[in-house]
Design a protein around this ligand. Structure first.
Ligand SMILES: [Zn+2]
Ligand SMILES: [Zn+2]
Length: 239
């Protein structure tokens, strides 16, 4: 476990020297000051024009894969009756590159909380811009939770000094979530609403680590929207 007060070494690689304060004031991201230059330059913010639904950088896409303000994937989701307007918007911060992939693996499997703290400001600043009734972590299955010891999405929320509300229960294991897109779309749902929960007219934000196909978030969102939630959006660290 890294001591959060030991700021003379980089939080991530534990060898480089952290950025100086002049770097820090430029980035306005205080937690990033605990990273060395090597690490911080691999953490790539999503920039430029982005899909209004999923935060994908539109500059990376061929023109045929852009439909107005949305990417082709989101366009396809929205064309299906079941998924239309289910997820209002996904906000992601960083590019899901190999650096972030390793970082997330380290966070999930070793419970390295310094990593969650790294994104606390991003999460807190973003969520403070919206009227929100509930901040909901994507739940793990019971089996996975026991194996890992913590829910990484819930920890992100707590590290941002916000309050997670667990409204959902996972009824299909994570292994099933890894099935092909078609197989997943045929599943009834991965989640169900906790008993006795009332989400009518509520504004909800889901929190997860990564947006890949967007199906997990849409399943979660569908449950909440069908139970009367006014709007469901999501924040994910990487896209
Ligand atoms: Zn480093
Ligand atoms: Zn999109």
């Amino acid at each position: 476990m890294i001591s959060l007060f030991a700021k003379q070494i980089c939080w991530l690689c534990q060898s480089g020297t952290p950025l100086t304060y002049s770097w820090n004031s430029l980035s306005l991201q205080q937690n990033k000051a605990n990273l060395c230059h090597q690490c911080s330059k691999q953490l790539l913010l999503l920039t430029g024009p982005r899909c209004s639904k999923c935060s994908r950088m539109l500059d990376e896409l061929d023109k045929d894969y852009i439909h107005g303000t949305v990417c082709h994937d989101c366009f396809r989701w929205e064309q299906q009756e079941r998924w239309k307007n289910i997820l209002h918007e996904n906000i992601s911060f960083y590019k899901y590159n190999s650096f972030l992939k390793n970082l997330m693996a380290r966070y999930k499997y070793r419970g390295d909380y310094a990593i969650a703290e790294l994104f606390a400001t991003d999460i807190k600043t973003t969520l403070s811009k919206y009227p929100i009734d509930y901040i909901v972590p994507i739940p793990l299955s019971e089996e996975r939770l026991v194996e890992r010891g913590f829910n990484q999405s819930e920890a992100f929320i707590k590290m941002a000094k916000l309050t997670p509300t667990n409204l959902l229960v996972r009824i299909h294991s994570e292994k099933q979530s890894k099935k092909s897109r078609k197989e997943r779309m045929d599943l009834d749902n991965l989640f169900q609403l906790k008993e006795g929960v009332d989400v009518k007219d509520k504004n909800i934000f889901l929190i997860d680590d990564i947006y890949t196909t967007g199906s997990t978030l849409r399943y979660a969102s569908e449950i909440l929207r069908n139970a009367g939630a006014y709007s469901v959006s999501s924040v994910t660290i990487a896209r």
